[in-house]
Write a new protein. Structure first.
Length: 284
């Protein structure tokens, strides 16, 4: 095979995708004609169920951008989406066989190419799947790539990732990805909303993250975020909240070198480490 498969987190699961199809940069061709009717039907049902859950829970920017994905009744062809995405923000999506290693991942993001897994979950994984599939990647991630500020944030995150990797800080920066791009919450004028793809593509966590009193919520603090370990197979114990994509963009603009040093000397925090009550964001 051209490249090695990847499994993140502690796991005995074999990697799901066929990495033999991948080029050296881990991208592959979306094998659209290989999708079965059952695959298209899984996508259609996931899309229908998830889009009905969004009002009052997903952020306005996501709801506004979702129609840009186009067809809902089957798995879209990535080229169809790129015809709209490229002119909108200069991004394009590229197919990958599954999770890819950090360095090529950062390289794709830095060049405004978002990797999208091309296979879809099996019907018995309708409610939950640990690995990203085409539904998570398209429905969760791609709508906000139509938002110019968020799109720039993701590109700059990729460039920052290459730098972090050179500094041996890739794992620390990946926590920022996790707690913003995957599991971020945003404070809107009318209440707390989700903008992270891991939440937006999950039926259970969408409501849980925004309305449950069980998890802790705290305003995004870069060092706290990069110190905080995360769970890959359960709802998050802690959510980090931003005020706007512009705030996120501005906050992450400065050089992170000093942050990495500070985070290293402060040490890791557990995913559910207690947040002081005066820093905690409460509901209501
Ligand atoms: N500004 C960060 C640095 O210099 C890079 C970065 C940008 C990280 C955007 C995250 C998001 O290292
Ligand atoms: Fe994701």
């Amino acid at each position: 095979m051209a490249v090695e498969p990847v499994v993140y987190g502690a796991s005995d699961r074999p990697p799901r995708g066929d990495y033999g199809r991948a080029r050296d940069d881990y991208t592959c061709t979306q094998n659209w004609s290989a999708y079965t009717d059952a695959d298209h039907d899984t996508y259609r049902r996931l899309y229908e169920r998830q889009s009905a859950l969004l009002p009052g829970l997903a952020c306005d920017a996501f709801i506004a951008a979702l129609p840009s994905l186009g067809v809902k009744s089957r798995i879209p062809r990535f080229e169809e989406i790129n015809e709209r995405l490229k002119p909108a923000t200069g991004w394009e999506i590229v197919a990958v066989p599954g999770l890819i290693p950090e360095r090529p991942f950062f390289e794709l993001l830095a060049s405004r190419r978002f990797p999208v897994t091309d296979w879809i979950r099996k019907p018995d994984e309708f409610e939950y799947i640990v690995e990203p599939d085409v539904f998570h990647d398209l429905f969760g991630h791609v709508p906000l790539l139509f938002n110019p500020v968020f799109a720039d944030y993701v590109q700059r995150y990729g460039a920052g990732g290459l730098k972090a990797d050179d500094l041996g800080a890739g794992e620390l920066l990946s926590r920022l990805y996790w707690y913003t791009i995957e599991f971020g919450l945003i404070q809107q004028a009318d209440g707390l909303r989700a903008y992270g793809a891991g939440i937006l593509s999950s039926s259970g966590e969408l409501r849980h993250s925004v309305t449950s009193t069980a998890p802790q919520r705290i305003a995004l603090d870069l060092q706290r975020c990069m110190r905080t370990r995360y769970k890959i197979d359960d709802y998050q114990a802690t959510y980090f909240v931003i005020d706007s994509f512009q705030q996120l963009f501005d906050m992450t603009a400065p050089d992170f070198t000093a942050h990495y040093a500070a985070v290293r000397s402060a040490g890791d925090l557990a995913a559910d480490a207690t947040i002081a009550s005066d820093s905690r964001i409460t509901l209501g």
